[in-house]
Design a protein around this ligand. Structure first.
Ligand code: PMP
Length: 325
């Protein structure tokens, strides 16, 4: 691949639709942001990020951003762990996100990616791995991301790679470097012909999928690994727990042994990117009868109605940004 092809790939068709980026306090042209090969976050994985969805509502000429404040608060919490100074408050990043959507003017489902990472040594700081004495870069970029992929169901492999334990690298923070752990698991799963990996934690119980939390439906209950199971406290996971309260369903957050995956009536994954995705097979065994079950279908419909602005009782999830001509 030539250097020009790499550069073209980074600009890509997705970015052509969303040419503006927030960077260090300003909305600037996406192509104008450049980093050197010595960028600290690139060398050591010392960065944090978020993934936020905005759904296009053609009737309202608006984008509905889902749980914007919650995502940015998690971003700020992740940044605190790595001593990254975001240079902006959650409220300012929230305004920046909406300004970015307006400037891009893209009328379609959009993904927002806030990212902050160590940038370069401040004067007097020696070369090497560290968290202090280094400047931070804070950016938010956007790309088109149509919703509803994988709804027909995915096949998962329980990975031989374990989710990094909280004592080593906290999964509760979205740290760029920790995604190498998840990438190894995805690679193992896709090499085996599956769509995604489910990782166990070092205690051997279920943690999460590569970029999604796991829910089991069994005997009329929803079961999901508790927050001490080395998982990200997923915001979509929280949405499902909220929905369950309105549906009158019980959610049990506890340790989930691997073997329980094989006896669940239904399993689904939750995440901003994937939304709610049914798991139809695990380790070559079908989940339930191998088709999308009624509980998954019901929650998927409720979630979709909420994020597309069709459920007034859940309007509080959304920050609505109107695009004018
Ligand atoms: N776990 C991991 C490791 C993730 O990267 C994600 C995606 N952010 C999730 C779970 C789901 O979290 P959320 O619902 O907040 O997108």
């Amino acid at each position: 691949m030539t250097a020009q092809e790499v550069t073209e790939g980074l600009r890509g068709p997705a970015f052509a639709a969303t040419p503006w980026t927030y960077h260090q306090g300003h909305v600037v042209a996406y192509d104008s942001v450049g980093f050197t090969v010595a960028t600290q976050g690139l060398n050591y994985g010392t960065g944090v990020f978020e993934g936020i969805r905005a759904y296009w509502d053609p009737r309202a000429h608006s984008l509905h951003v889902v749980k914007l404040r919650e995502h940015l608060e998690r971003f700020a919490a992740s940044a605190r762990l790595l001593h990254l100074d975001l240079g902006a408050t959650v409220a300012e990043l929230s305004d920046a996100s909406t300004e970015l959507l307006v400037r891009n003017g893209y009328r379609g489902d959009t993904y927002l990616r806030p990212i902050a990472h160590t940038l370069q040594f401040l004067p007097g700081t020696a070369f090497g791995v560290r968290l202090r004495g280094i400047s931070t870069a804070t950016s938010i970029y956007a790309l088109p991301m149509p919703a509803g992929i994988g709804i027909e169901g995915v096949r998962c492999l329980v990975s031989s790679w374990r989710r990094v334990p909280d004592e080593s690298l906290p999964a509760r923070a979205k740290i760029t470097g920790s995604y190498a752990n998840l990438a190894l698991a995805v690679d193992e799963a896709t090499s085996a012909g599956c769509d995604d990996a489910i990782l166990l934690n070092t205690k051997g119980t279920v943690a999460e999928a590569s970029t999604a939390n796991v829910f089991l439906a069994r005997d009329g209950q929803l079961i999901t690994p508790h927050l001490g199971a080395d998982i990200l406290a997923g915001i979509t996971r929280g949405c499902v727990i909220e929905l369950a309260a309105t549906e009158g369903d019980t959610v049990v957050e506890r340790e989930v042994p691997r073997s329980e995956l094989y006896s669940a009536d239904e399993i689904f994954l939750t995440g901003t990117g994937c939304e709610l995705v049914p798991v139809i097979a695990i380790d070559g065994r079908s989940v339930g009868d191998g088709s999308v079950g009624p509980v998954t279908r019901r929650y998927l419909q409720r979630y979709r109605d909420a994020v597309h602005g069709r459920d007034d009782s859940l309007a509080g999830w959304l920050t609505t940004v109107r695009l004018t001509d």
